[in-house]
Design a protein around this ligand. Structure first.
Ligand code: ADP
Ligand code: MG
Length: 255
């Protein structure tokens, strides 16, 4: 499995809401070891696309592929076991758990051979509480939240809560991580740290797709970047290349 090879793919993915094409024939690939950005104006279909990749929203047409296998009909909880994990805003019940409890409750309850292992012919990890606690402490150190381990998630700052959401997703050791505007409401300094963290995860082989509004974040961390507008992919490439394309500049960069 080489760097840059397509891991998660959308092929002609579409979604209609009522009579509206929220997403129309979107094809894109998230490649191994890369932090792929997804930008576009409000209502472009970014969140809808991400939800169809994660399986939390069914597609009206087209298909989703993981490691060359069609997973279009695989429900979200099974995709998570296959290694495709998205973040969620912390629901109220998780705000009443401590940060550490949040991390430990995020670990899948299965042992031994996972569905992923069964389907892809590999051994995956066996859930083991000792291993999980160790991983949780490592993660808290990495995200600078060790001191907050016993605080209630609901008492954290908005930015710290975003980190808990990301850490919860990472506890499952995903192969593919999908993030929908993880920097929203996050202090710029913390946003930079999150970006650096995501880059490190990519360097260790993770595949990450991130919807984000901040162009500065895309400039600094994402390659490639996919530009969506009105439910379609307008262009894809490095930010430097995208800035040279008049239709992209018109649709998003100044629009
Ligand atoms: P983005 O994340 O790029 O801002 P979305 O994917 O959220 O865009 O939305 C794309 C389009 O689909 C918008 O026109 C939005 O109003 C519409 N849409 C999204 N979710 C729903 C829904 N659950 N029901 C009806 N329309 C929706
Ligand atoms: Mg959105």
């Amino acid at each position: 499995a080489g760097i840059g090879e397509a891991v998660l793919e959308a092929r002609d993915l579409s979604r209609r809401f009522g009579g509206v094409d929220a997403v129309a024939q979107v094809s894109l690939a998230l490649s191994r070891g890369r932090l792929t950005g997804l930008i576009g104006p409000n209502g472009a279909g970014k969140s809808t696309t991400l939800a169809m990749l994660a399986g939390t929203l069914p597609a009206s047409g087209g298909s989703v592929w993981l490691d060359g296998r069609d997973i279009t009909s695989v429900p979200a909880y099974c995709r998570a076991r296959l290694g495709v994990v998205r973040t969620f805003q912390l629901a109220s019940e998780f705000k009443r758990l401590t940060v550490m409890e949040n991390l430990l409750s995020a670990v899948p309850q299965q042992r031994g051979e996972s569905l992923r292992g069964a389907l892809l012919g590999r051994r995956y990890w066996a859930a083991d509480e000792g291993v999980s606690i160790e991983r949780a402490w490592d993660m808290l150190d990495g995200f600078g939240l060790r001191a907050q381990a016993d605080e209630y998630a609901g008492d954290l700052s908005g930015g710290q809560r975003r980190l808990v959401e990301i850490m919860r997703a990472l506890m499952a050791q995903p192969e593919v991580l999908l993030l929908d505007e993880p920097m929203a409401g996050v202090h710029p300094k913390l946003a930079t740290e999150i970006g650096q963290h995501l880059i490190e995860l990519c360097h260790s082989g993770m595949t990450i797709g991130v919807v984000e509004h901040e162009l500065a974040f895309m400039d600094r961390f994402c390659d490639p970047v996919v530009v969506m507008a009105q439910g379609r992919v307008l262009a894809a490439g490095t930010m430097a290349a995208l800035r040279q394309q008049p239709e992209v500049v018109e649709a998003y960069l100044v629009g």
